[in-house]
Write a protein that binds this ligand. Sequence first.
Ligand code: BGC
Length: 704
Amino acid sequence: MTHEDIEKKARAILEQMTLEEKIGQLSLKGYGNFDAEGIPQCTDLKELIKKGLVGTVHRRPNDPFEVTEELQRMAMEETRCKIPLLFSADMIHACETVFPIPLAASCSFDTELVEKAAKAMADEAHVCGTNYTFAPMVDVSRDARWGRIAESQGEDPYLAGEMGKAYVRGFQNEETYVMSTMKHYAAYSACEGGRDYDTAEVCENTMLNTYLIPFREGVSAGADSVMSSFNCIENIPATGNKKYLRDILRGKFGFDGIVVSDAISVKEMHTFGYCETLKDCAYRALKAGLDIELGSRTYMQELPTLLEEGAITEADIDEAVLRVLCKKIQLGLFDDPYKCFRGDKSVIFSEEHLQLSEDLACESAVLLENNGVLPMNTKTKVALIGDFGDNKDLFGCWQHSTKLDATVPLKEGLLKQGFEIVGESGNFNIMEAEAASFGADVVVFAFGESNEESGEASSKHNLEVREEIKHCFEYLKARGKKVVTIVFAGRPLIVNAFKYSDALIFGWHLGHRTGTAIAKLLAGERNFSGKLTVTVPRTEKQLPIYYSRRRAGRPFDENRPDYRFQARYNDGENFPQYPFGYGLSYSHFEYGDVQVENTEMKRGESLNAWVNVTNTSDTDGWEIVQMYIKDCYSETIRPVRELKGFHRVYIKAGETVKVNFEITERELGYYHADGVWGTDDGSFVVTIGPDSTSQNSCDFVLKS
Ligand code: BGC
């Protein structure tokens, strides 16, 4: 169906609808009440559906489809207009099979595998009755105190855009299409001090060049929906922000899908002190271009009065309703409202999906230190110490899987891999740890954050590891033990004390096959390839810290670290513990000098830049080769460097591979002070290396 045909059909439906029914399409409701066994009863919801007053029902992605099917039947058989319902869910990294949290998955830099994981989630959701997910979250996250960093793609706008597109392609696949939502629009992650829901102070130029980039990319990939955020942008609540929703998202980026509010964010415009009455909240949201209201009922209660008073016209309401109807038509719901209940249920929690989850887990773990203790021969005698040694709490935030029991904890993974566990302690008691490690060749030391410690409403001001954990580690090291430390967490914790581990691994929250994946990596059956997508600070006092900071008039000069009058701390280090893009593998890669085909690039043309990367080890491996660009002189101040390309390349032991990047104006451009995208003539630096600190650079000039 062409866009015109879809709109024509939507308009024909619209003509039949009463005002109440139209507003119903802009309303999203949850199940409401449940019985003692937890079965949804939906008493009020059913009444509202029958009256045509609900357009979308929110549920968990893997809820039993029978309840949903009954609701859809009601909408199709017992309402006047017979408009099918959308069924939304927060499917962030799991329907039933749990995949690594998005922050972990981003460390794979593997957009193809992430797309496959999203498709697997859609395959499962599609037979459970979900046709609309509130994912991916693409908030550029630079402050690990913010708990939702776990749901993000890390600190870099370009990477968040590439990952966001991969999720969109996977969810909105041709076979089991689930509408996706780019969220939270925008700058929700810039909340001051990392306090969830708190104010964000970001100027328009930084909005355009940093926080909005992933949204622009998601729109270009055809994302069906965008969720407005809880915070203000330029001191106007995002949910009622006409400039950002209408002028930029719809106008500049060309988004024609559904904008849904975040939970109660329409009503919260009153709490902000932006709208005196709920009527005003509804007015501002609708006028700003917000279509579906989530969590509050101001549209339902106030739009009729606003219309009567002439503050809005029926055309204002129709515009939002049309967008919802168009998506329902495009989804094929009018032709087959039940298609997301049928399907083959055996895809749910299938071995294929678990294997995919394991593969992504292997690629998501990041090896930060290794003095040669890894890989370990499976004859190695292991002591397993810590509260994450035999713990199934490895899903992370936003999962609703009923299959917690099927999670492979670290201990089970190690045993399956053939390791002998000679001693074990589930806590950090020094005496117990020492006894457990007696006779062991290596101590595997595991700790982290529980599922509840990251995600929404999980801000922390202390990212330090508990003292008893550090003491236990230090004690074991002082006794001459070899210690492999594994951190399972939803954010980068402060791990300075563990730098002296014989090997240090960030295992994030990796989902169902965590233990299997980690054991295969420890044994060298799989090689590490993950690289950090967030800077790991030395102390939370450095936050926010990220590699692509804007240039300063008095930048920190590492050759003169003691000079006072520059951007530095007087009482502590400027540099992080581990930089963005960093991660080790069992292979060793050496980079040749960066080459460019020409030192001049003409506008409208492109330029190739490349490096030769040699695997000088005897282990085959994947390397994530990263390209950064610096615009030397620009109309508004630009970052010190920005990631503008990456390749995940497989390099066999002893082999050299030429890794090429094509630089076009897309990689060189930015939004200028007037909000227009463009490039500046002049000098640029291209850097190609293994992480964001690489100095492997070359200059070139862009000329008109
Ligand atoms: C979260 C959203 C989520 C929504 C619906 C809100 O509290 O911020 O990310 O999609 O709830 O569950």
